[in-house]
Design a protein. Structure first.
Ligand code: SF4
Length: 475
């Protein structure tokens, strides 16, 4: 049967995956009879927005295959981990979590454990999973997530563990089912992979070279989302500013934004992430003219020292970054600028950290994610000399963190008294009579209100700033 199902499978995607989705129902029903209940799944996502979007697609595939989503991994029949490998300590935590999952008593000896995503692109990780975590049944990487139905079909049929990790990305496959976490907002991939090879970063090795999706496909997805009630789209790519470089036409990111702006129903546009070296004046102008592009930009600095930026292969200097950020502030005064900073890069000195703090003070970041450098095997920086002892890192990290917190606190309060448009996202976690929503500048505001406002864009007066969020009232 497996042979004939595979022999008759369409060659083209996504038809092939819809074929396996259809064919898996008989196998699933047989398994459900054995188990005595409807089969459930749970997806755990680690890492960035790209992974979150991939998980929505895998949730869509599993749902279409007839599995029911479960709130918890304990007791789920399919437990899927979509992993991130950006930091080594996150990898170690994941192994610990995986080990404890196996230790947890489960009556379900038929449980299927799946590990996919960035960790699975690393041969060392795959080796460790295969050798020490034999209860992991299916391993695949970042390039073939669209094949989830086919892999599960194969496993349900013969029960043999599968490792299917591709070295290189294949074609971009469109029209894979997807279930959004929020009905009113959605991520939209505009490109995959990265060509920049920053010396500390593992992403180009695990996500492959940069490939842009055709603008027509992106716009088709956005139109579809708008007709489905989505008000806010987040355009996703490792470096959205180089969108279009791999296409044969003259499409680029600012032009794409202008096209998305024309779509009725889409009221807000966000994007993530912008590499400073590719951020053009054209983009600043489009943002400035736009009624829909949110007043927030995440512009990773990484270091304020030109010497360290060169060692990181970031391809901008301290001055170029600072000039760019201040130009954005000048042109779009309401904008919120957030950033990423790494402390403890090999060879970094206290004077280099002083440069980073200098940029923090000049740019007045609204927020920053500050990380301790984590060596990733296979990257050039992992081979560099000049590693720091923990005491030095703790001291320098604290200096950077204090500077970041001082700036962001003084920046956050500047909107007090304003009336801002807010996309209401959810009931407040701490007080059910309050709602929580996000402003255009990405800051959260909490205010009294009815759940019927969730998913709507409403006006809220900002009454009080409490550090990184506001309390407000509907007007
Ligand atoms: S731009 Fe640099 S940091 Fe960002 S994903 Fe690419 S290599 Fe990594």
């Amino acid at each position: 049967m497996l042979g004939s199902v595979f022999e008759n499978a369409p060659v083209n995607e996504p038809e092939r995956q819809y074929y396996f989705i259809d064919h898996s129902s008989a196998l699933r029903a047989e398994k459900e009879r054995k188990l005595g209940h409807a089969m459930t799944f749970h997806v755990t996502t680690f890492g960035c927005q790209m992974n979150a979007r991939d998980s929505e697609k895998m949730t869509g595939i599993l749902t279409q295959m007839g599995f029911c989503e479960s709130d918890s991994e304990t007791g789920a029949d399919i437990v899927l981990f979509n992993t991130c490998t950006i930091r080594d300590n996150a990898n170690q935590k994941f192994y610990g979590h995986l080990g404890s999952l196996n230790g947890k008593s489960t009556k379900n000896s038929e449980r299927i454990v799946i590990v996919c995503g960035c960790m699975a692109q690393e041969s060392e990780c795959v080796k460790r999973l295969e050798e020490s975590y034999g209860f992991v049944n299916i391993i695949f990487g970042t390039h073939n997530i669209y094949k989830l139905a086919e892999l599960i079909y194969r496993y349900l049929y013969d029960g043999r563990n599968i490792t299917d990790v591709w070295d290189k990305p294949g074609d971009i496959v469109e029209d894979i089912p997807s279930i959004r976490k929020y009905p009113f907002k959605s991520g939209v991939n505009i490109m995959f992979g990265c060509n920049n090879y920053c010396t500390y970063c593992i992403v180009p090795y695990v996500r492959g070279n940069e490939r842009s999706r055709n603008a027509d496909e992106i716009l088709r997805e956005c139109y579809h989302l708008a007709s489905d009630g989505v008000k806010e789209v987040m355009l996703l790519g490792q470096n959205v500013n180089s969108y279009g470089n791999s296409l044969e036409n003259d499409m680029n990111f600012p032009k794409l934004l202008k096209e998305v702006e024309k779509i009725d129903g889409i009221e807000r546009i966000r994007f993530m992430t912008s590499h400073p070296k590719d951020l053009s004046d054209e983009l600043i102008q489009v943002m400035k003219d736009s009624k829909k592009i949110c007043r927030h930009i995440h512009l990773p600095l990484q270091s304020g020292s030109t010497r360290i930026l060169t060692a990181m292969n970031r391809r901008y200097t301290k001055e170029q970054y600072t000039d760019l950020a201040l130009k954005i502030r000048r042109e779009i005064p309401q904008i919120s600028i957030t950033t990423d900073i790494i402390v403890g890069f090999p060879g970094e000195t206290t004077r280099d950290v002083d440069d980073t703090i200098d940029v923090i003070k000049k740019v007045h970041f609204d927020g920053a994610f500050t990380f301790v450098y984590s060596p990733r095997q296979g990257t050039p920086a992992a081979e560099m000399e000049g590693r720091h002892d923990p005491e030095w890192i703790r001291r320098e990290f604290d200096r950077v963190l204090t500077a970041v917190q001082d700036e962001s606190k003084s920046m956050a309060g500047r909107f007090t008294g304003n009336i801002e448009s807010v996309l209401v996202e959810e009931i407040n976690e701490k007080d059910e009579s309050y709602l929580s929503g996000r402003m255009s500048n990405n800051l959260m505001v909490h205010f009294p209100g009815e759940p019927s406002f969730i998913g709507k864009i409403i006006n809220v007066r900002l009454l009080e700033c409490r550090g990184f969020y506001y309390m407000g009232e509907i007007v």
